[in-house]
Design a protein around this ligand. Structure first.
Ligand code: HEM
Length: 621
């Protein structure tokens, strides 16, 4: 039998077949068009609601084509979808999006974000935390339930109606021990410890096979293939030793390699790839958990985690800084915090302490090395922060940190161009979703009704790259927001932020929330009245609350941010003071081709895509 094209076409185009076609194609197509039309009308109607109305406004639902499916397919690539939706529908109101069973609300207007951050009593970030603990850190199921059941909030006084006993207020215990023990004298001690550990790590780097021979003691250059891997090596081991003590690395010498591998596997874990597709990633995760568990057991045999008094050491080799001892102390009193759960929690801490700080330091150094003028100006500020050596060596006898204290850290952290370059690095390279859930009731966000259980999404890059909002905040854009501008956060003398863009009065502002808002003003850790100036300009974060959010905000604002700033700037300062470093691409224009690895978005700071070769030589002392 031969195939007759003519009769086939005849059949296809005959009236009977047409009705089949219209049923198969035109039917669904018209349904999709009708759905889109009606959802657009509903969207526009919601958008036109009168704000004079006393009732709270309804959040418009982004139009969609396919009922039931909604935006599921587009959401497979959230970093493309979110900017596209916001570009199309604007930021005047929050936007509700549906993707099959999932509903969430995009908040992309800085005023609305401020309002979200103020609702500390009503909003939690539990879903994000639990997601990360469960799928990334391997927290056991029973402990996940225990975390989920904690409805006591972050205030010293538990939320009204919560029956969680004080000793089981896990979220409060975690966040408050971090806030308390990573500030003031504790933060200062951790910074000094980090600095001296970093010096030692750099001095002994040749003991790591990939970094032989020794970083040129003879003044010659040594080339290495990968600046990011180098920073991972030196920053991770210095951070782990500072936070967790030296015994962990002694017991588990492969920890830095495993933690580096684990961090590069984050996108796979958080995209929920099954175990059979990434067996090696799960093996590494398991090794980390077992290694941490063994360290805990060893630590408890040799040290006492109750040593938290003012006369007890800020750091000791078994459990590191007081924060880690405190975490063991409260966790040991909670039955759900089994040895496996404590290992997962501390994997979370080591991850949080390195996963964003290392890539951020990479980009700061990389941007500086690309630009000879910038690096020399940053070096001037670093030199101005060098500590004057003590008059007599005896005055610091016995105190290793003080002897190794090359920088006056407080002075370093106040330098205007350094702070601006640091803030700019985080603006551009931290690509994260900060989320909140209206856990306890409906909430009023800037006049909009956010229904109980709604999931709110604030995407750092939407704000970081929105020229209209930066202009409204009174910032002049010398370079486009897509580019790195080390001076972006410097303002002229006498500059003040435009008035009239204050956040709408919060309906319920707790004292903690007010305090956070003040903190947020200086998330870069600066004072707006800092006498230090750069070319007559000063560093200022004023007016950027809700716009610069790499550390989130409100009472969940990252409690590790002060330590992170120290890590980043101390590492940068040490490397450019003790060494000469240069990028070593074979061709001159190659540096321009170095891009961030977007597969890590929206999970935090982005590592570079590919390797960045460099050469380094120790400076003559
Ligand atoms: C450049 C470095 C860092 C960045 C960009 C960063 C970013 C963030 C962000 C976006 C959040 C969510 C905040 C929110 O929901 O509003 C967060 C939370 C958190 N961060 Fe960081 N972080 C950094 C460094 C650190 C360090 C060094 C530590 C610990 C030593 C740390 C510990 C935490 C913890 C425990 C939370 C959870 C707070 C809560 O649930 O209330 N982070 N961080």
């Amino acid at each position: 039998m031969t195939f007759d094209v003519v009769s086939f076409l005849h059949d296809l185009l005959s009236p009977g077949t047409w009705s089949l076609w219209s049923l198969l194609v035109a039917g669904p197509l018209s349904l999709a068009c009708l759905t889109y039309l009606s959802s657009t009308i509903r969207f526009q109607t919601a958008r036109r609601q009168g704000s004079s109305d006393k009732r709270l406004l309804q959040i418009p639902l982004v139009p969609y084509w396919v009922p039931g499916l909604f935006h599921t397919v587009s959401l497979l690539s959230p970093t493309v979808f979110l900017p596209k939706v916001v570009k199309k529908f604007g930021t005047n109101s929050p936007l509700e999006v549906r993707a099959s069973w999932l509903r969430f609300i995009i908040v992309a207007n800085p005023e609305h974000i401020k309002a979200v951050f103020r609702k500390t009593k009503h909003m939690t970030n539990k879903s994000n935390t639990i997601f990360a603990l469960k799928y990334l850190m391997g927290l056991p199921k029973d402990t996940v339930r225990f975390f989920r059941d904690d409805d006591s909030g972050l205030n010293v006084t538990p939320r009204k109606g919560s029956t969680v006993p004080d000793e089981s207020r896990i979220k409060f215990l975690i966040v408050h021990s971090l806030l308390k023990l990573l500030q003031g004298v504790h933060l200062e001690a951790a910074g000094k410890r980090y600095m001296s550990t970093l010096f030692r790590t750099l001095d002994t780097l040749h003991m790591v096979p990939e970094y032989q021979p020794q970083l040129s003691v003879d003044g010659g250059w040594t080339g290495f293939p990968d600046l990011y891997a180098f920073l991972q090596r030196v920053m991770m081991s210095s951070t782990v030793e500072t936070i967790a003590g030296s015994k962990l690395l002694e017991l588990y010498p492969g920890l830095v390699d495993d933690l580096s591998q684990f961090e590069s596997d984050v996108p796979k874990f958080l995209r929920l790839l099954p175990r059979w597709l990434m067996p090696e990633a799960f093996r590494v995760q398991q090794r980390l958990l077992e290694g941490i568990k063994a360290w805990h057991a060893y630590g408890h045999q040799h040290s006492d985690c109750n040593r938290l008094g003012p006369d007890d050491p800020e750091w000791e080799p078994y459990f590191g800084i007081k924060l880690v001892r405190r975490r063991q102390q409260y966790a040991l009193k909670i039955k759900e915090m089994t040895a496996d759960a404590r290992a997962a929690e501390d994997l979370g801490l080591l991850f949080a302490a390195t996963a964003n700080a290392v890539p951020s330091t990479f980009w700061l150094i990389f941007q500086a090395l690309k630009d000879p003028v910038l690096v020399s100006r940053l070096r001037d500020e670093v030199s101005a922060s060098l500590r004057t050596p003590p008059a007599s060596p005896e005055s610091t006898q016995g105190d290793l940190e003080s002897k190794n204290e090359l920088f006056d850290t407080a002075a370093l952290l106040r330098q205007p161009l350094l702070q601006s370059a640091y803030a700019e690095t985080l603006r551009l390279f931290v690509v994260a979703i900060v989320s909140r859930v209206a856990e306890y009731s409906d909430v009023d966000i800037a006049g909009y009704r956010v229904a109980k259980d709604s999931f709110l999404v604030m995407y750092t890059h939407l704000l970081a790259l929105d020229p209209g909002e930066w202009a409204r905040a009174g910032r002049t854009l010398t370079k486009p927001l897509e580019e790195f501008d080390a001076e972006r956060f410097l303002v002229e003398p006498g500059w003040t932020r435009p008035l009239g863009k204050q956040a709408p009065a919060a309906t319920t502002t707790t004292p903690a929330a007010v305090q956070d808002v003040d903190q947020d003003k200086g998330q870069g850790n600066s004072s707006d009245h800092d006498p230090l100036s750069y070319d007559g300009r000063r560093f200022s974060m004023d007016g950027l609350l809700g716009l610069w959010i790499p550390y989130g905000g409100g009472d969940h604002l990252c409690p590790g941010r002060h330590f992170a700033k120290q890590q980043i700037l101390l590492t940068f300062a040490t490397l450019i003071t003790k060494f000469d470093i240069e990028l070593a691409f074979p061709s001159p224009g190659a540096a321009a081709g170095v891009k961030p690895d977007m597969s890590h978005a929206p999970f935090g700071a982005l590592p570079p895509l590919g390797k960045v070769p460099f050469r380094i030589r120790r400076k003559a002392t």
